[in-house]
Design a protein around this ligand. Structure first.
Ligand code: TXA
Ligand code: MG
Length: 322
């Protein structure tokens, strides 16, 4: 069945649809999510169907506060408790050993479930109205760029969902950082994201950052070709790359400056003041914009590899790897 979706700000409508077992798009501070009752297998199945996502790619569950996490996981390691006290709510996701109440479909059969306490006030209000966690992947078709506005969700999934809860543009703009405590008691970063690794290390000491590849993805969904626009994105030195190009058929995604000779409206500058948070905020919207143009190629450059730049570069590399 095909629906005409509706963008609105009514938390009660969203809560009621979720109670009925429907999937609803929700705002978070990172990206928009496609949410459903995590305890209801039929509702969770709708997420996979709507996104055309393979069921080997597990979902994050969202809760309003740390005290509720214990209902769904066996135990929260002390170091995660310390991190959660300092950094949650926020763009940080913990992998924790699940209780049987969490359906295997949510975790793709893994004994671990990914748990996040999002900071967005609208979704926090929604989460406190329902008495179940919300399973929510990013609200994009599988493999495409994550949405950071309600309109992005509507553009791609609009005919498949009833309701998009509008919370404005996501102010982080990049997905959460996912961490796991390995058997040696060391924290591993499984996905670089909106919470800089440096911030975790200031509290917890040195962590391991896993690099992933398509042949051996760390977590099932972390394929290197994620987040890709349809138009090929080529990474490199933009000044060099544009020497041979047809300016009318070229788009540019630069960190802090425009390039002469290329139409201004073919260029996205992530942050004229070289600010990482601004760059993350503009990254996915900028990719979508360039992807909507009548051009043949997008030339992009990496940003400095530190702080949020690490996650930004990760997404740029994946976008280039299609
Ligand atoms: O910021 C975010 O994390 C957003 C918002 C909506 O919360 N969500 C998000 O979900 O990015 P998604 O599904 O697009 O990406 C979550 C990734 C999956 O691709 C998967 O690889 C990993 O998290 N993941 C989830 N559960 C896991 C598990 N049990 N074990 C290992 N990796 C897991
Ligand atoms: Mg995603």
């Amino acid at each position: 069945m095909v629906y005409s979706s509706f963008i609105g700000t009514d938390i009660d409508i969203a809560a009621e649809l979720l109670r009925m077992g429907e999937a609803v798009a929700i705002p978070t501070e990172t990206v928009y999510g496609l949410a459903a009752n995590a305890l209801d297998v039929r509702a969770v199945t709708k997420i996979f169907q709507i996104k055309e996502r393979p069921t080997f790619d597990p979902l994050i569950i969202h809760l309003p506060e740390l005290s509720l996490v214990e209902k769904y996981v066996e135990n929260v390691p002390d170091i995660f408790r310390v991190l959660a006290d300092r950094l949650s709510p926020g763009p940080l996701t913990f992998l924790l050993r699940k209780k049987s109440i969490i359906p295997d479909l949510v975790t793709s059969g893994s004994p671990y479930v990914a748990v996040r306490i999002p900071a967005h006030p609208v979704t926090r209000a929604l989460l406190s109205k329902v008495d179940f966690p919300l399973a929510a992947p990013s609200a994009n078709p599988f493999g495409y760029i994550s949405p950071t506005t309600a309109q992005h969700v509507s553009d791609q999934l609009g005919n498949k969902i009833f309701y998009i809860l509008d919370g404005g543009a996501c102010n982080v703009g990049i997905e959460s950082t996912i961490i796991h405590l390995n058997d040696d008691g060391i924290i591993e970063v499984l996905r670089k994201g909106g919470l800089p690794v440096e911030t975790i290390e200031e509290i917890a000491g040195k962590v391991l950052v896993r690099e992933t590849s398509t042949s051996n993805p760390e977590a099932p969904g972390m394929l290197t070709s994620h987040y890709a626009p349809r138009i090929p994105l080529v990474l490199g030195n933009i000044g060099e790359l544009i020497k041979q190009c047809d300016p009318q058929r070229t788009g540019i995604m630069a960190f802090n400056n425009f390039f002469p000779g290329i139409p201004h409206d073919h260029q996205v500058v992530l942050s004229p003041s070289s600010n990482f948070a601004d760059a993350a905020f503009h990254l996915f919207a900028g990719m979508r914009y360039l992807d909507s143009l009548d051009i043949d190629v997008i030339y992009a450059e990496l940003v400095p590899e530190r702080n949020l730049g690490i996650a930004i570069n990760d997404r740029l590399r994946r976008a280039a790897n299609r």
